[in-house]
Design a protein around this ligand. Structure first.
Ligand SMILES: CC(C)(COP(=O)(O)OP(=O)(O)OC[C@H]1O[C@@H](n2cnc3c(N)ncnc32)[C@H](O)[C@@H]1OP(=O)(O)O)[C@@H](O)C(=O)NCCC(=O)NCCS
Length: 397
């Protein structure tokens, strides 16, 4: 599914052009001042107009979003692979060889997902030069809710002292941030919002008393949060201007039980959580590691190619790839399949582990800190995770 489908470039990427839309049918035509117009083909917009808008309104209100600022929260507590050996029967060699991870961050026990989200959000707002009063919406991508109900974004909103704007959680595994990016981008494109705070945050370490039962997962997953502020672009947007080009989302529920957590849930004939379910360890996440691995190495390159094709780009046009950080081996295979030089892929897994919904914004943030991501660069993002879900995006930073 191609969301925010307007940016299907039909020209060489180096060519700068503007977007122009027809008024009646919602078809978008790219317009280049310099190039031969006969080379353009119309691109059908495949998003769903809001109920109060007809196609004509959509054509006149459609615009683009861009990332205005990025922030992160990484717990100060560093947990090395040797430290992990004190919680379970494992070794630095096993973890490094299979995942590339050397260390990860864990929160102190009184820290929650909404706390980490707030700290990342505050930095993103500061870097974006946006005040919290300017926000129109908060989207929190997380799989580690503070409570089962209501959404963790409600607790985040309260902690940040923000009132009367919609907020919601996106719970789509390791793809949650890219799904959230797609939602935020489309709310801005359709003119319903001007500025949106989007956070990816996950917290895994609090299951540590049970780590010996889930060794495979315990060494991979970690805690952290990253946030971006998205804002509407001013005026017409050209290929060279910073903006989100497109987002592409997929889900295949056939894989739902390959990486999942059964309890608590309404699937039980009795109470949604019981001592018996806990005794059967159904409250702990479960993973079929090899199934996840096999699907990830197939779906991630597919997702990247989908985004590139949609925008008439080649892998060599991309300045920086930010992949979901599940496993260094997965990402090395994806990089090889795409034929991309290693220096154009930014990894954080060695030092942060797999922070689930936070890996993509943390990757953006860390690449900025490392001087690898600079204004004007073309960025490709791809993720794969539970669901199974996979997603990609291309944006100009
Ligand atoms: C999980 C994963 C690292 C396992 O790697 P693998 O190469 O399949 O594992 P191996 O077959 O070499 O090893 C399995 C053995 O290690 C053991 N083991 C599991 N976790 C261990 C740990 N933390 N330390 C030491 N040994 C461990 C297993 O019990 C098993 O032992 P056995 O052979 O005696 O039964 C790999 O499948 C993977 O990366 N999968 C993708 C996971 C992922 O990305 N998830 C997130 C998606 S968003």
């Amino acid at each position: 599914m191609n969301l925010a489908g307007g940016a299907a470039y039909t020209l060489r990427p180096a060519t700068s052009f503007l977007w122009r839309t027809t008024t009646a049918d919602g078809i978008m035509y790219p317009l280049d001042r310099r190039a031969d117009r006969r080379s353009f083909r119309p691109v059908h917009l495949d998003h769903n107009p809001q109920p109060h808008q007809d196609a004509k309104d959509m054509a006149t209100t459609l615009r683009h979003s861009r990332i205005l600022g990025v922030g992160a929260y990484l717990p100060p507590r560093v947990v090395t692979n040797d430290d992990m050996c004190t919680y379970m029967d494992t070794s630095d060699e096993w973890i490094t060889k299979r995942s590339g991870i050397k260390e990860r961050r864990w929160v102190e026990l009184d820290v929650t997902t909404s706390d980490m989200s707030m700290w990342a959000a505050e930095e993103a707002l500061k870097n974006a030069g946006v005040s919290k009063e300017e926000l129109d919406m908060i989207v929190l991508a997380t799989n580690s809710p503070d409570h089962e109900n209501p959404a963790t974004s409600c607790f985040l909103q309260r902690k940040m002292g923000i009132k009367n704007i919609p907020c919601w959680d996106v719970r789509q595994g390791c793809c949650a941030f890219v799904f959230g990016l797609s939602m935020a981008d489309n709310y801005i494109r359709t003119g319903m919002c001007n500025k949106i705070l989007l956070i990816g945050a996950d917290l895994f370490s609090k299951s540590m008393e049970a780590f010996d039962h889930i060794r495979e997962m315990a060494v991979l997953f970690a805690d952290g949060a990253g946030a971006v502020v998205l804002g509407a672009c001013d005026g017409e947007v050209g290929f060279e201007d910073p903006h989100v080009f497109s987002t592409h989302l997929h889900t295949d529920g056939e894989g739902a039980q390959e990486l999942w957590c059964k309890a608590p849930g309404q699937c039980y004939p009795g109470p949604r959580i019981s001592h018996e379910a806990i005794d059967r360890l159904e409250h702990l996440p479960q993973m079929n590691g090899s199934a996840v691995f096999l699907h990830a190495v197939q779906r991630m390159p597919e997702a990247v190619h989908e985004a590139l094709d949609h925008n008439n780009l080649k892998p060599s046009d991309i300045d920086l790839f930010i992949f979901h950080q599940a496993n260094l081996r997965i990402n090395e295979m994806v990089t090889k399949v795409l034929g991309v030089p290693l220096e154009r892929v930014h990894h954080t897994i060695q030092k942060f582990g797999n922070t689930t919904a936070a890996t993509i914004p943390l990757g953006l943030w860390d690449a900025v800190q490392a001087g690898k991501l600079e204004p004007g660069m073309l960025v490709a993002i791809a993720a794969f995770g539970s669901g199974f879900a996979w997603a990609s995006s291309i944006l100009r930073w």
